[in-house]
Design a protein around this ligand. Structure first.
Ligand code: HEM
Length: 186
């Protein structure tokens, strides 16, 4: 993955837990790189290794770290580095999610070697949408839940997301239903 992903993990650990913990995570993961270059590509195994090491150093589960990383990615990394791109993707949560299937096409203009996720939408109601997530990577559904949570917070819109299909339990992709407003009461 692009270095900006590893750099974002570094920022998350450093800001929330301190520099010492980040150095410990790197040591445990056997990573000797001092600073990641955002526009360089690194093996996915390095990113998974950092998450694995962070679970041990911070005493959190991989799910907890991936969820926190999803929120941080939207509310910190994307907002600071790509605020215009993010805010032009929708005026509210619903519009943003409607547009998400096309979003990484624009990201790909900045990062040409991107191996982006694929999102599809269905069953759109005024305050509800079903999001289908396809990826050639594994184990990232909690990251996606964190991303949706971060996007809802970005729009100050309380929302709930329920996962309804699980790739790691044999479904062909992950599926999530996002509800906000009155749809949350159902
Ligand atoms: C300006 C904002 C964003 C930028 C610059 C961005 C960029 C990236 C980059 C560089 C990667 C790593 C993939 C690679 O290097 O091959 C990635 C992966 C990913 N992005 Fe985004 N992204 C943004 C926003 C979002 C949002 C809002 C979502 C969903 C709500 C999202 C969902 C994902 C997922 C799930 C992955 C994991 C890759 C996979 O599933 O295979 N991204 N993105």
């Amino acid at each position: 993955m692009y270095g900006m992903v590893n750099k974002a993990i570094q920022d998350l650990v450093t800001i929330k837990f301190g520099e010492d913990k980040w150095e410990a995570v790197k040591r445990k993961a056997g990573v000797e790189i001092d600073s990641f270059v955002s526009n360089d590509s690194y093996p996915d195994s390095l990113t998974y290794g950092l998450v694995g090491a962070a679970t041990e150093v911070l005493g959190l589960s991989a799910d907890q770290i991936l969820f926190a990383f999803g929120e941080f990615w939207v509310l910190h990394t994307a907002k600071l580095g790509y605020g215009d791109l993010l805010s032009s993707a929708g005026r509210n949560l619903g519009e943003f999610l409607d547009y998400l299937p096309s979003f990484h096409v624009r990201v790909q203009l900045i990062f040409p070697n991107l191996k982006p996720p694929r999102f599809e939408t269905s069953d759109r109601l005024p305050e509800q949408i079903t999001m289908h997530y396809f990826s050639h990577r594994h184990g990232l559904s909690m990251f996606v839940l964190g991303l949706f949570s971060g996007v809802a917070k970005m729009y100050d819109t309380p929302a709930t997301t329920t996962q309804t299909k699980f790739k790691d339990k044999g479904d062909d992709h992950d599926e999530f239903i996002v509800r906000w407003g009155d749809a949350m009461k159902v």
